[in-house]
Ligand binder design. Structure first.
Ligand SMILES: NC(=O)c1ccc[n+]([C@@H]2O[C@H](COP(=O)([O-])OP(=O)(O)OC[C@H]3O[C@@H](n4cnc5c(N)ncnc54)[C@H](OP(=O)(O)O)[C@@H]3O)[C@@H](O)[C@H]2O)c1
Length: 282
């Protein structure tokens, strides 16, 4: 465990789909100022070991220490994986969680992660007995000090309500794809807000192309910043997200976009624009 735990950052850098570029892009993200890193022990979409290589390079370069960082990874069920499994598929789910966590800590060369997330429940409809077993195993990892917080991803309001009804410990984080046409996942966000769960939003740009091209967003790019510095539509979306309580993820591979995404923290949108964007498409 850290001497003084790092705070939850206000932006997470996502490492999915980067393959061989994962080490260099992870290091670059840290160099540009990101302190939160999101990954998963799911080789199909993430190269977690490559994230570890990027972290090691950043430590060597003196950019950051482990204590400066917020590292988040995930446990992924067998159907979400390819043949490159971080656990024995014949083992019980509890053992799979322990094996996946041990492998993540090895990949990231750390004794603990900051957040450990269930990548998605086993059913799209219900919180199942399998999820209960996995969640209990994740709690044990937390209690043993191998993660500071627990999270769930790709969940519906129904999943969360069923967790609550089963008196399961609620997560510290929910990480969901955030569709503007669903009011930016309004129902789940409301549940989270009422229970002080931090809502992490991904695909804020890719799932919401209609918003990025909306005239209102275009008008805000010039109206909301100092005269000589126009915002980009992406910056407007990230600024909006943060204002309504969404902790945004970005997985950009572009240095300039990294800079712009972080700079969106300095953008303040007018209150009436926030309301309008929130109800723009849903
Ligand atoms: N829990 C889950 O199931 C799940 C699922 C998907 C993603 N995630 C996490 O979320 C992270 C982000 O994924 P995402 O789905 O949001 O997509 P993303 O990987 O962040 O992709 C964003 C796309 O928008 C483009 N873009 C253009 N302008 C940009 C700007 N100013 N800033 C950022 N991107 C810009 C990027 O291109 P450039 O690269 O050229 O900038 C990229 O093609 C992933 O890496 C992963 O960690 C989690």
């Amino acid at each position: 465990m850290p001497h003084s735990p790092s705070p939850v950052p206000d932006f997470l850098y996502g490492t999915a789909w980067k393959e061989d570029r994962t080490p260099a892009l992870t290091e670059l993200a840290l160099r540009m100022g990101f302190r939160g890193i999101d990954t998963a022990n799911q080789r199909r979409h993430y190269f977690e070991e490559g994230v570890g290589q990027g972290l090691a390079a950043a430590y060597r370069a003196g950019l950051v220490t482990r204590d400066d960082l917020f590292l988040q990874t995930k446990f992924t069920y067998r159907p979400g994986q390819d043949h490159r499994l971080p656990y024995d598929p014949a083992a019980s789910l509890s053992v799979q969680v322990a094996q996946s966590m041990a492998s993540s800590l090895d990949h990231l060369a750390t004794g603990y992660v900051d957040s450990y997330v269930l990548h998605g429940p086993s059913s799209n409809h219900d919180w199942t007995d399998a999820d209960t077993e996995v969640w209990e195993a994740m709690r044990k990892e937390r209690d043993a000090g191998r993660t500071r917080f627990l999270g769930v991803s790709n969940v519906s309001l129904r999943h969360l309500q069923q967790m609550a009804a089963a008196r399961a410990e609620l997560p510290a984080f929910v990480q969901n794809r955030c569709y503007a046409r669903l009011g930016w996942d309004r129902a789940v966000r409301l549940f989270c807000r009422e229970r002080k769960i931090i809502y992490q939003g991904f695909s804020l740009l890719t799932a919401n192309q209609e918003v990025l091209h909306h005239p209102l967003i275009a008008s805000l790019t010039t109206a909301s910043l100092a005269a000589n510095a126009n915002a980009t539509p992406a910056q407007v979306v990230f600024s909006f997200a943060r204002t309504v309580g969404i902790l945004p993820l970005t997985g950009t591979s572009d240095r300039e976009h990294m800079k712009q995404d972080l700079a969106s923290r300095d953008l303040t949108l007018p209150p009436d624009a926030i309301y309008t964007i929130e109800s723009l498409a849903g």
